[in-house]
Design a protein around this ligand. Structure first.
Ligand SMILES: C[S@@+](CC[C@H](N)C(=O)[O-])C[C@H]1O[C@@H](n2cnc3c(N)ncnc32)[C@H](O)[C@@H]1O
Length: 282
């Protein structure tokens, strides 16, 4: 992979599956080998903080435990046990930013005052459901949501039903890029997006943002450039997305946008001429 700067990729080919690229963890993230003390046959390797963050990042991006094990050079059992222990320890390994997220959500709700909310990745807390009239979705069937669909399919369904919402929230673990266009189409007053893809920067990974955002260097890999791309999708939908708040935590970013009708200018017309984004898809 030409755009990979800090390591290799492991490629698995199969006649049935499409080629899946598994990023290989850089060797410097590996911990020391400990003496087993006779309890295990193999000599266990210590988990470093870097390795823990790496496996969490892959998990957030939907890699299976088997693939993660391959990436870090451990057994599937070792990876599965580590995930269980991490989730038992604090209920949610990535939770450090959550309180601040809800605090800004609350401020934004006061600003936008939505009558209707579409919460596409609602999670266990059901934040909006407790406050206002929210339509909730989460793929995880164990979560108490109104719908349990994959987010993009869910958005397609809602859009084809002609639904509109004052506020749309996209809060995935990884990236919700595929949902941006429909979310912007359906949102009237505000849209909130969590950018899990920002975590790739920590690992100097450019393949995803190069493909989706046209970002080809680490200098350009900033939340401001991700925001610009979202605003460009907004303009194609004749909407102006104005940043109300933006936050960056360790591996993710989140942006709260207010939505206004776009004032048509010459520049916008030029952008439209050169644009074919999702045209004809719906
Ligand atoms: C970051 S959590 C959501 C947190 C929640 N919005 C909150 O603020 O409390 C992400 C949620 O998305 C769900 N999820 C992951 N991938 C999904 C997908 N493709 N479609 C729908 N839900 C998905 C997960 O089950 C998880 O509950």
């Amino acid at each position: 992979m030409g755009d990979r700067e800090d390591g290799e990729y492991l490629e698995r080919n199969s006649t049935k599956e499409k080629t899946k690229i598994i990023p290989k963890m850089p060797d410097e993230y590996k911990g020391e080998i400990k003496k087993s003390g006779g309890y295990t046959k193999t000599e266990p390797r210590e988990w470093t903080q870097h390795e823990l963050e790496w496996v969490q990042m892959l998990s957030n991006q939907g890699y299976t435990n088997k693939e993660i094990a391959e990436s870090v050079g451990r057994s599937v059992t070792s990876v599965s046990i580590k995930f269980k222990r991490l989730s038992k320890r604090d209920g949610s390994y990535n939770a450090d930013h959550v309180r601040e997220k809800y605090q800004i959500n609350n401020e934004f709700l006061k600003k936008v005052n939505p009558k209707t909310v579409l919460d596409c990745y609602c999670g266990t807390k059901n934040f909006y459901g407790e406050i206002c009239n929210a339509t909730t979705n989460d793929m995880d069937e164990s979560i108490s949501a109104q719908h349990h669909m994959e987010a993009l399919k869910f958005m397609c369904m809602k859009y084809s039903q002609g639904e509109k919402y004052d506020l749309v929230d996209l809060d995935p673990y990884g990236s919700a890029f595929d949902c941006f266009d429909l979310a912007i189409k359906m949102a009237k007053k505000g849209i909130v997006i969590t950018f899990g893809e920002l975590g790739h920067k920590r690992w100097k990974r450019l393949d995803y943002v190069s493909r989706y955002y046209g970002i080809d260097s680490l200098e350009d890999f900033t939340i401001d450039n991700l925001i610009e791309q979202v605003q460009a999708i907004g303009r194609r939908n004749k909407k102006e997305l104005v940043v109300y708040a933006q936050k960056e935590w360790r591996n993710i970013g989140r942006v709260w946008f207010e939505i206004y009708p776009l004032k048509i200018t010459e520049q916008w017309e030029k952008e439209q001429e050169g644009c074919c984004y999702n045209e004809g898809l719906f």
